[in-house]
Write a protein of this length. Structure first.
Lengths: 113, 117
């Protein structure tokens, strides 16, 4: 079983601050996805990154896939209360087909107005 | 029109009972999944079906039995419920589980919270 470590586990910040969430693995991933989950709902896909070194932007969110495809980061600029939620990274690892995503344990973000 | 719908959303039952959770997707996807999310929010895959055929069966007690009558439905039946089965169960679907890298994007249902007393 491949393991994805996310850090920090919990993050509480003031509105307007910047933050970065990390996702690391000892294995190489063929692709990595970030999801956001709000209370009482299922996870919703934010982005998929495939190429080592790839950077994708989604409004105030910037996602980066490490050069070696073993890690990823999510940076939020000027956080808003609406960004509050559980952020999950999920990877598909090389050599095992793509039937299965392995999820990290998530980062619970609270943005205080 | 909900893409992946699960019922019921909440289920409270006694230990030892048998219960089912139903899932339907209207996205035309080939692959469906059941995930279990524990109290610490860890999402762990339980089963995956591709075109009604079981392709992933993780280490799950055989009290859990998935059934896929067609590729738009994947139901989860649980026998002899135990306290440790309490969790939120998520159904999900993806276009195909067989293609490599970025093709495997999951659409999740809203979850079914099971509480075993």
């Amino acid at each position: 079983t491949q393991l994805l470590e996310q850090s920090p586990q919990f993050l509480s910040i003031q509105e307007g601050e910047n933050l970065t969430v990390y996702c690391n693995s000892s294995s190489v991933f063929s692709s990595l996805q970030w999801y956001r989950q709000e209370p009482g709902e299922g996870p919703v896909l934010l982005v998929t990154v495939v190429t080592g070194g790839e950077v994708k932007k989604l409004k105030r969110l910037t996602f980066q896939f490490g050069d070696a495809r073993k890690d990823s980061s999510l940076h939020i600029t000027a956080a808003q209360p609406g960004d509050t939620g559980l952020y999950l990274c999920a990877g598909t690892y090389s050599g095992a087909g793509s039937y299965q995503l392995t999820f990290g344990k998530g980062t619970k973000l609270s943005v205080i107005p | 029109d909900t893409a992946v719908s699960q019922t019921p959303k909440y289920l409270v039952t006694q230990m030892g009972n048998d219960k089912s959770i139903k899932c339907e997707q209207n996205l035309g996807h080939d692959t469906m999944y059941w995930y279990k999310q524990d109290s610490k929010k860890f999402l762990k895959i339980m089963f995956s079906y591709n075109n009604k055929e079981l392709i992933i069966n993780e280490t799950v007690p055989n009290r859990f039995s998935p059934k896929s009558p067609d590729k738009a439905h994947l139901n989860l039946h649980i026998n002899s419920l135990e306290l440790g089965d309490s969790a939120v169960y998520f159904c999900a679907s993806s276009p195909s589980g067989g293609r490599p890298s970025g093709a495997n994007v999951l659409t999740f249902g809203a979850g079914s919270r099971l509480t075993v007393l």
